[in-house]
Structures are given as structure tokens and as C-alpha cells.
Design a protein around this ligand. Structure first.
Ligand SMILES: *Cc1c(COP(=O)(O)O)cnc(C)c1O
Length: 400
């Protein structure tokens, strides 16, 4: 059934130029991401906090702030609201939003669910994207469900499990001797001869609308209050930009006030283009050469939404911070053994950044802090456990 959408138009994030909704778009004429704009006054009258309470606990509950026009085009694998898990050993209130519970085991499901649903609505039959692993896995799953083809390019050293899960869910996946931006160039190069639709981060307008739901959910879960600080593991920055957009929309519809969290972009020391640009006071970020980190999801040397990430960080009085792989590993082990929570390396990076920020006095122990565990820790290689007992030997149980 056709249903009212509150979308009024799309808008170039750099020039403000307007574009028609309900047709396929990639970047704006200026080569920048397009943002979806809604008639927020109308949403304000159509949606109440009470109405939300009665809806299923999944991301589609915010549909007045989502672009779908027809219910039957929704491609869903059960995008449940993710819990906020409190870390009990930290001095202050530290909540981890556990995105590892989403379909395909990462928060990429949010963006891809929206992008594939809209692509279906607009007649796409074949999608392509570059990936460090999780986005490709989500694309494979949602396109298969939608009856669409998918072609995915990933760097040679993408974790094996991610490459296999992409293949297992029905996409064509190719390893490439380059980084994610090199893979992105392949998607662009193949477009004319294949007609595939480019689903790269921020190169179509709807992944950001899906990722935005993290901000909507967070606000609702905290009783329409926002935390003091959000630590976000930043690759292409879709989630950070999306949450920032969500908060503005929530204020416009009267659900929250003017208070905003400080947005902290967390990067790995081996790939920190946003941190460098932040510290140099630059509005854009230069490409980071020889990028390396175990946190593969944030190994993004160049991001097309760099200026949007940096603007949100600065407007929120936040900052960008780099953590090295050793402290990521230490955080991963500590949270797993002390709190029983197996984070992904990118999630562990936010924990390491939180600790470093406390030590450096950039945040207060009394701050309410939200960390993002963006994927299930089981999607990553873990150190082997070699211990063994021999059934035929004498086992000294006291020494086990
Ligand atoms: C994609 C990804 C990120 C980065 O998210 P962006 O919103 O694109 O910056 C972080 N961690 C994991 C596990 C990811 O898959």
C-alpha cells in the first residue's frame, strides 16, 4: 500500500542544490553526497512519542523520518533495536550500543536495509560496492532477499570470514590488490558497461538514512535525552553524519532540545585522515597513505563525506582521536575478560579512545558516554586457544 512519505526533496550537502525525490541518484552535480530532506513541520504533527511506544522495536518504527514510500518494498531481515550495555568497571556511566546484534552481524545492516529497499522501489536490479567486509556482507544478504544481483570488491587482506560470508549470501565477490578507495574506483569504472547501481558509502542518499536510526534509537532509549559524549569509530563516517542529522531532525519535530552530545571521531593511528585534518584545522582531509590497522572497518584512507564528519565534530565541540592497534587489542581483551563482552576491534577502538580521553582530561569521569560496538566480535579472527586434556592421562584438576 502506498503510504505518505514526508520527503520533500534531496539536497546537495555542499551547495544546497535541490534534487527530486523518487528517482535514482548518486552524487550531486558538485560530486558531493545528497541528503534527504523531510517536511519536518508535517512530521511534527504526524508523529508523537506515545505513538512510537506501540510500534515494533525495530528501525522501521521511525518511518515518518524514513524515505520509503511503499511498505511492500521494505527489504527486512529483522533490524531489531540494539541494546545499550553498561560497562560496570568504568568510573562513570559508559554505555555500549551493541550493533553486533543486527542482521549480518554489523550496523551496516541499517544503512543497507534502507539503500536496498529504496533501490528496489526505484527499480534497481544490480548493485555494486567496495567494502572492507561488513558492508559487502550486508549488501549480499539484502540484495539476495530483494532478488537483486550484487557485485562486491574488497581489499586483498579483508578478513577471510567476511569474504566468505559475502559469497555465501549470494554476491559475486572479488579481492583487489588495493585499498577500499581503489575498490571504489572499480565500481565507478564498471558502471557504464554493466549498468550496476553504485552503493558506495555516501554515493547514494539512503544508507545515511538507515544509519541515522542509531541516533533516533539512542535518543528514544535514553528517554529523549542525549548522552554527553559519543565515541564513534569513523571510516566513511556515515553513522556519525547520520546521527548528527537525526539529532537535528528530532529537535525540529520537538522531541529533544538543543543539547547535543560531543561527537568524537575515533580512528586508528595507522589510518587517521580525520584526526590529521581536525588537528590542522582543515575542512577537508587528505588521503592517508599506507593505511594499516587491525580494525579493518575503519581502514578508510579517504572519505567523500570528510567535510561533513569534520563539521559535525567541530559543531558539537567534539574532537577526532587516534588510537594505536596495541591499545585496541588491550581494550578488546580487557572488556572481554572483565565485562564478558566480546567487542569487534572497531568497537574496542572506541573503548581505547574513551580511556585515552579520560587520561588526557578531554572528558570528565562524570560524563555519560556512549561507545559503539559496530559489529559482532565473532566476525574477526581471535587468538587460538591451545589447551588440551588427554582423557587417558592422569588429570590434575587442581592445576587446570
Ligand atoms: C563500516 C564500519 C565502521 C565505520 O562506519 P562508518 O559509519 O562508515 O564510518 C566501523 N566499524 C565497523 C565494524 C564497520 O563495519
Amino acid at each position: 500500500m502506498a503510504q505518505a512519505t514526508f520527503v520533500t526533496h534531496l539536497e546537495c550537502s555542499a551547495t544546497g542544490e535541490r534534487y527530486e525525490p523518487d528517482r535514482l541518484h548518486n552524487l550531486s552535480r558538485a560530486g558531493k553526497p545528497l541528503l534527504v530532506r523531510y517536511g519536518l513541520d508535517a512530521v511534527k504533527h504526524a508523529l508523537t512519542k506515545d505513538a512510537l511506544v506501540a510500534r515494533p522495536p525495530e528501525l522501521w518504527r521511525y518511518r515518518e523520518l524514513l524515505p520509503m514510500r511503499r511498505d511492500e518494498n521494505i527489504v527486512s531481515l529483522g533490524e531489531a533495536m540494539t541494546p545499550l550495555v553498561r560497562l560496570n568497571r568504568e568510573p562513570g556511566e559508559v554505555l555500549v550500543k551493541d550493533e553486533g546484534r543486527l542482521p549480518t552481524g554489523s550496523f551496516k545492516a541499517r544503512g543497507i536495509a534502507l539503500a536496498v529497499s529504496m533501490a528496489k522501489e526505484l527499480g534497481v536490479t544490480h548493485a555494486a560496492m567496495p567494502t572492507n567486509g561488513n558492508a559487502g556482507a550486508a549488501l549480499a544478504a539484502y540484495t539476495s532477499r530483494a532478488g537483486m544481483r550484487a557485485t562486491v570488491f574488497c581489499p586483498d587482506d579483508t578478513p577471510e570470514v567476511n569474504v566468505r560470508e559475502i559469497a555465501a549470501q549470494g554476491a559475486q565477490v572479488y579481492r583487489v590488490n588495493g585499498l577500499i578507495d581503489d575498490c571504489g574506483k572499480l565500481v565507478a569504472r564498471g558502471r557504464d558497461s554493466t549498468g550496476w547501481f553504485d552503493m558506495s558509502t555516501l554515493k547514494e542518499p539512503y544508507r545515511i538514512e538507515g544509519k541515522k536510526t542509531m541516533g533516533l534509537e539512542l535518543a528514544e532509549q535514553l528517554g529523549w535525552e542525549l548522552p554527553d559524549v559519543i565515541f564513534y569509530p569513523t571510516g566513511g563516517g556515515t553513522g556519525l553524519i547520520g546521527m548528527w542529522k537525526a539529532f537535528a531532525e528530532l529537535e525540529a519535530i520537538g522531541f529533544i532540545g538543543a543539547k547535543r552530545p560531543r561527537m568524537v571521531a575515533v580512528q586508528a593511528a595507522g589510518c587517521a585522515p580525520m584526526v590529521r585534518a581536525f588537528e590542522e584545522g582543515e575542512p577537508h582531509a587528505r588521503r592517508w597513505e599506507n593505511a594499516y590497522t587491525i580494525a579493518s572497518g575503519i581502514r578508510v584512507p579517504a572519505a567523500i563525506g570528510d567535510f561533513l564528519i569534520l563539521a559535525a565534530v567541530r559543531d558539537s565541540d567534539g574532537y577526532a582521536i587516534a588510537v594505536d592497534d596495541d591499545s585496541i587489542t588491550a581494550s578488546l581483551q580487557e572488556v572481554a575478560t572483565q565485562e564478558g563482552f566480546l567487542m569487534c576491534p572497531e568497537g574496542a577502538a572506541t573503548h581505547a579512545a574513551y580511556r585515552q580521553s579520560l587520561r588526557d582530561g578531554r572528558i570528565e569521569p562524570s560524563d555519560c558516554v556512549v561507545l559503539f560496538n559496530c559489529a559482532n566480535g565473532l566476525k574477526y579472527p581471535l587468538p587460538p586457544s591451545e589447551k588440551h586434556v588427554d582423557l587417558n592421562a592422569n588429570i590434575d584438576f587442581a592445576k587446570l
